[in-house]
Design a protein around this ligand. Sequence first.
Ligand code: NAP
Length: 336
Amino acid sequence: MATALITGITGQDGFYLTDLLIRKGYKVIGLRRKTSSDQANIFSKYGKNIEFIYGDLLDTFSLAEAIKKHQPDEIYNLASQSYPGESWRLAIETGEITGLGAHRLFEAARHIKPDCRVYQASSSEMFGDPKQVPQNESTPFNPMNPYAASKVYAHNLAQIYRKSYNMFISCGILFNHESPHRGMHFLTQKVTYGAACAKLGIKNSTVLNEVGEPMVKDGKIALGNLDSKRDWGYAADYTEAMWLMLQQKQAEDFVIGTGQARTIKQFCEEAFSFVGLKWEDYVMVDQRFVRPTETGPTIADASRARNILGWKPNTSFTEMVGVMVNNHLNKLKTQL
Ligand code: NAP
């Protein structure tokens, strides 16, 4: 039985990747912080196929311990301070976790299990203000926020460790991917939650946004730049690509995305029309959520992944938005 160590198992991608790997017959070791939200319920159905170990990307020793104890065949580094918009406020923390944290993990793997295969979660945010549209594996990086700069650092180190030490480290340059397990402060969750609240007539939510105010306040959600364009896909499709990358003969980097970009306005339109409402009545622009420097338009050219990995997205944009709105509707109805 192959063993996979997942950092960031309590996050969105950790959830879908765990499910995939256990279905494929892996033993999964989840690295979690002492402060991580308790996900015992979510993972209990996997029984003995999953085990947790405390660790932190800030602490090299805990990473080395996890690798030494479990001798993983594959390591998926999903842990990060993953909110680009928050990364100006948390600039140093973002660098420490998202950039240096990945470096600590590569170094621990190099010393303890240099033959294990490592997946590094790189990001389309690294293209920032893109030098070409759409973006592929050869597009130069031009990061526009501390999160993206930290991801570029980790990406560069992954390539350096691959070349210098002949380690198998593959980077997935993933474009935005969403699901009901996405963190609540991400735009797609705000919008789909806002649409569900609007449908149910909830004018002030108990869920708070990143500035500590009700996410739905006086019947409206507050967003930043509505003209920003993103390439949005469904998270479960994207974790399949991570696994595929580690099954190849050699370590390489792959762009993963749908190739279709939409504006935030279009995302709002899709979510609110799903519940039969007009988004303009429920969305306002709040300058506090406008990024100091914008990313985009980020649009994936995932043709290498299609040709080499045989990967393609299976879930449409409309299906994905519908699943997210329905998830909020179902949860909110139990609270009414
Ligand atoms: P997420 O839901 O925000 O999960 C982040 C995970 O990182 C959580 O499990 C969190 O654990 C963990 N973490 C944070 N700081 C840590 C630390 N110091 N030590 C150990 N664990 C720590 O992110 P996601 O959406 O699943 O994304 C997975 C990865 O892909 C991230 O690296 C993200 O930056 C990257 N990525 C995501 C997207 C996307 O659209 N989702 C696109 C491109 C790249 P706690 O529960 O303890 O907070």
